[in-house]
Design a protein around this ligand. Structure first.
Ligand code: 5GP
Length: 260
């Protein structure tokens, strides 16, 4: 598919026009940013991995009836997607307490929530993506209350599906961020953006080793190796990306069963 002009450049992705009116090309960069753009790096291979992982997850969600912007992956770094007007809200879904929730409310890191928590943050870098309420979203016209109900319902369904998918590959889904938009062709609200280790917290279920962007945020090293491990466990990447070493995990200790 021929790439048209650049329409938008974000921190980790670029959107280009395509030959089709209501479709655009989403390009995954290797750039990583954190803490409101204060920390920046180029992590070789990250864009390729996020493209593959997000394609895998969004296709699986489509198969279970959760509509989203993915049409198809075009190449190593690009996807053809529906053009959508993004709602300026980050929908955060949490299963286990960590990150900004610990800082904001002082709740102990690692606390397992008795049900998923959905938070809304206004997408605005200058303001540091502040937490907002349903009422802010309604009053400022970012989405209607009925659109919000539909989106929160989808957030919970996506969480259920992803938790199961990751549990199957021995990964705990701690929390994640979703974005939704209004599809240009028919005005329908659909899941957009990406779902990848850039937007989720993923911990190895045996060791709690972080397999996500926190490795970059917290200077833990082995960022691409961790993303590659997620891709490997999902069964979507058999070849190595660049020259990264496979990540080493301790062998699970055998459980001894006492003979009676
Ligand atoms: P927290 O609010 O604890 O910093 O983040 C909660 C979850 O949402 C984490 O999985 C984090 O990766 C994701 N998240 C929140 N804001 C952003 C953002 O601006 N960009 C990305 N890539 N992920 C975010």
């Amino acid at each position: 598919m021929k790439k048209g002009k650049k329409l938008y450049e974000g921190k980790a992705k670029i959107i280009f026009a395509s030959a089709e009116k209501n479709l655009v090309i989403q390009h995954f960069k290797d750039d990583a940013t954190a803490f409101n753009n204060q920390k920046k790096a180029n992590i070789e291979g990250k864009g390729i991995l996020n493209n593959r992982i997000s394609e895998h997850i969004l296709s699986a969600l489509k198969d279970v009836g959760i509509e989203n912007h993915l049409i198809k992956r075009l190449n190593m770094r690009e996807q053809l997607i529906d053009l959508a007007e993004i709602i300026p809200i980050e929908f955060i879904v949490r299963n286990i307490v960590t990150g900004s929730l610990t800082k904001r409310l002082g709740i102990e890191e690692g606390t397992i929530l008795n049900k998923p928590l959905i938070e809304f943050c206004y997408k605005n870098d200058q303001l540091g993506d502040p937490l907002v309420s349903r009422e802010h979203i309604d009053v400022f016209g970012w989405a209607t209350l009925s659109e919000l109900n539909l989106i929160t319902d989808q957030c919970l369904r996506i969480n259920d599906f992803l938790q199961g998918m990751f549990r199957g590959i021995n990964i705990k889904l701690i929390d994640f961020k979703l974005e939704f938009g209004k599809r240009k062709s028919d005005g329908k609200i659909i899941l957009a953006d990406e779902i990848s280790p850039d937007t989720c917290r993923l911990w190895d279920a045996d060791t709690d080793k972080k397999l996500d962007k926190d490795r970059f945020r917290k200077d833990l090293g082995d960022v691409v190796e961790a993303y590659q491990e997620v891709a490997r466990r999902l069964g979507i990447l058999h070849e190595q990306v660049s020259n990264v070493r496979p990540i080493k995990f301790p062998k699970p200790t055998a459980v001894k069963i006492k003979k009676k």
